[in-house]
Design a protein around this ligand. Structure first.
Ligand SMILES: Cc1cc2nc3c(=O)[nH]c(=O)nc-3n(C[C@H](O)[C@H](O)[C@H](O)COP(=O)(O)O)c2cc1C
Length: 306
């Protein structure tokens, strides 16, 4: 914050964030990757790339595809596994003076629990649990599409960590509020939404799907109205804080999410267009608050009405 006329400080699940601007998982590594472009410690928080128990090579090439107003990806959670993260990446993350959330993904409820326990260490402020992964024991349906599964994962993670837990919801469901209420009942401290929307693209010359995995997750400006609608709906139904994301490219988009009910926001695809976008969004929110004579960030949260 450059002056004290407005206060961007945000309480998220008992953690004090310098401002409500976070990065979204998978779009800036562990945050360290942004250091050449901006002072990363100015961000409210960083969310790391999805971490799994073991090393994952991800899907073969043909993993990113630009679409009008969006980006399709099927990276496939490529990462070097939790032990590598703890020994090689976390020491670097600890040098940056902001909150860090580890984003975790598992194939089974047990795997989520093991990961939560392994990552219950200094330097990690909280966990973000990605429940958009296929539940191998339930025949591949994503944990995030079945309320009972979403609740079980949340309960298991909460049992195995002392850190605040954000559960990140998938938008690929009919009733997002049912999933949100299930994770709240399971003990989630907060909710992140949205993850990517399932989509596809076809190369008309080869007549083949453009992505190696046929389907991919759609992100970027094209998904913003969907994310915003879901944050607005969920805000009416749960008491825990919401971290809003999906297509936020600038301060105006971020403010819309805050007004819809988000306590904090995340920048994803926007980082791939402009790796310094976080600083611009913080400045833009500050300018908006000054213009509107709003002193405290919390006063914006959920102020929109239909
Ligand atoms: C290249 C790429 C990789 C991603 N990897 C992850 C991931 O590992 N874990 C996760 O929870 N979300 C992942 N996401 C989803 C984003 O964190 C975010 O939920 C989504 O892209 C919507 O936000 P956006 O429109 O601002 O990008 C990824 C998105 C992209 C574009």
């Amino acid at each position: 914050m450059t002056d004290k006329r407005v206060d961007l400080t945000t309480d998220l699940m008992g953690l004090t964030l310098k401002n409500p601007v976070m990065t979204a998982s998978g779009t800036c590594g562990s945050g360290i990757e942004l250091l050449p472009y901006m002072d990363v410690s100015k961000l409210g928080a960083i969310v790391g790339k999805g971490t799994t128990l073991n090393n994952k090579v991800g899907n073969p090439p043909g993993r990113l595809m630009q679409t009008p107003g969006g980006l399709l990806n099927c990276i496939g959670l490529q990462n070097q596994g939790a032990d590598y993260f703890l020994t090689e990446i976390l020491p670097e993350v600890r040098k940056v003076d902001t909150h860090f959330f580890a984003n975790i993904s598992g194939n089974t409820v047990e795997e989520y629990g093991i990961l939560a326990e392994k990552l219950d260490v200094d330097g990690i402020s909280g966990l973000e649990v990605n429940i958009s992964c296929p539940n191998v024991k339930s025949g591949g349906l994503a944990f995030g599409t079945v309320p009972e599964d979403a609740r079980s994962v949340t309960e298991e993670v909460k049992k195995r960590t002392g850190k605040p837990v954000l559960v990140k919801l998938s938008p690929n469901v009919t009733d997002i509020t049912a999933i949100a209420q299930a994770v709240e009942e399971g003990g989630a401290d907060g909710i992140s939404l949205i993850n990517t929307l399932l989509g596809m693209s076809i190369d008309i010359e080869t007549m083949k799907a453009s992505l190696s995995n046929t389907f991919g997750g759609l992100s970027g400006p094209a998904v913003k109205p969907v994310g915003l609608r879901m944050v607005y709906q969920v805000y009416q139904k749960v008491k825990i804080p919401i971290v809003g994301l999906g297509g936020i490219m600038n301060a105006e988009d971020a403010i819309e999410y805050l007004l819809a009910g988000a306590t904090a926001i995340q920048l994803g695809t926007a980082n791939l267009v402009n790796p310094a976008v976080g600083i611009e969004v913080i400045k833009g929110i500050e300018e908006y608050m000054e213009r509107k004579n709003i002193r405290n960030m919390q006063a914006l949260v959920g102020k929109a009405h239909g």
